[in-house]
Design a protein around this ligand. Structure first.
Ligand SMILES: NC(=O)c1ccc[n+]([C@@H]2O[C@H](COP(=O)([O-])OP(=O)(O)OC[C@H]3O[C@@H](n4cnc5c(N)ncnc54)[C@H](OP(=O)(O)O)[C@@H]3O)[C@@H](O)[C@H]2O)c1
Length: 290
């Protein structure tokens, strides 16, 4: 099972992955950060102490993530970088070319983690198994230190399990207090797949919930810190996005306080199921780049 332990990277716990590697439980997301601002934001995050950056081909800012990491002066090996295969590149030769572009854009000969971004079950005759086997090649040749999936539902994970002995190291799914996504998280946990929570503060939508502001007031913490701490205590991997320097710092300050079990339970109870989803439903999402 995935478990937490302490790394030498400050106070950020590490989650053990099923392939023997570890990932910092807290990272920095760069979705919707303008490429012109990405190197600056990544540089600030690394300066504050983040050592895990979550990008994707779809975000159009891998080059600038690479620039920010190099400009920080940190060794490449000290920063965990995730990227994701863009929709429209699922067929093996397309995936191979797209992966090579990720490496050349990052100016790195490897990524720490590479994911299938969306399962796209209604496209390519629903074939994401051959895409997964192509990611296995990247893992075998060492250019992707770990491989995983994103937005995979339970039936998608079951299909992968039937087609391959390689279990995804992670499944990155929408998960926050309004969408607990418990069925997928339970499957992940039972199969030693680490769950990554995207949009961990629901793009800000949960921050004025009275339950959350009430706990924040009691603890003298911000609502974002309370929600992110809730994720940490539930063993989710998170990478909040912000371009605001004060928030980048605030979102990192999660390891000098704790939520009581009944506060965790109160936040759990905010789950709205499907009604809480803010992004696309993976069963029907089929957008590919034009
Ligand atoms: N795999 C997928 O399909 C998928 C989908 C979506 C996201 N992701 C990943 O998950 C990461 C995080 O998700 P996200 O970017 O969608 O949303 P998020 O991290 O839940 O929220 C980001 C929003 O919250 C604001 N914010 C951040 N910190 C705050 C704070 N302390 N107080 C108040 N507001 C705050 C940000 O504003 P400012 O920037 O203006 O400060 C921004 O508008 C992404 O960057 C990406 O890496 C993956």
């Amino acid at each position: 099972m995935s478990s937490t332990s302490h790394t030498n990277k400050g106070a950020i716990p590490a989650i053990a992955l099923n392939d023997g590697r570890t990932i910092p439980q807290l990272g920095f997301g760069v979705f919707q950060i303008d490429p012109a601002d990405t190197a600056r934001a990544v540089g600030q995050a690394l300066d504050v102490g983040y050592r895990h950056i979550d990008t994707a081909q779809m975000y159009g800012n891998e080059k600038e993530v690479g620039e920010g990491v190099r400009a920080s002066g940190l060794d490449r090996g000290d920063v965990f970088i995730t990227s994701k295969l863009n929709n429209g590149f699922h067929q093996p030769d397309d995936a191979r070319r797209a992966f090579e572009k990720t490496l050349s854009d990052l100016k790195s000969d490897y990524v720490d983690l590479f994911l299938i971004h969306w399962p796209l079950p209604t496209l390519y005759d629903g074939d994401f198994e051959s895409t997964w086997k192509t990611l296995e090649e990247f893992h075998r040749d060492g250019r992707a230190r770990s491989i995983g999936v994103s937005n995979f539902q339970v039936d998608h994970l079951e299909r992968l399990a039937a087609a391959s002995d390689v279990v995804p190291a992670v499944n990155q799914i929408e998960l926050h207090p309004y969408l607990l996504n418990e069925e997928v998280r339970t499957y992940d946990h039972a199969h030693d797949i680490a769950t990554q929570a995207w949009s961990p503060i629901a793009q800000g939508n949960v921050l004025d919930d009275p339950v959350i502001t009430g706990i924040a007031d009691e603890l003298g913490r911000s609502p974002a810190q309370v929600v992110l701490r809730w994720h940490i205590q539930r063993a989710n991997i998170v990478f909040p996005k912000s371009t605001t320097p004060a928030r980048i710092k605030e979102n990192f300050e999660l390891f000098d306080f704790e939520l009581a079990a009944d506060d965790v339970a109160k936040i759990d109870a905010l789950d709205r199921g499907e009604a809480g989803r803010t992004g696309p439903n993976p069963d029907v999402f089929d957008r590919i780049p034009t």
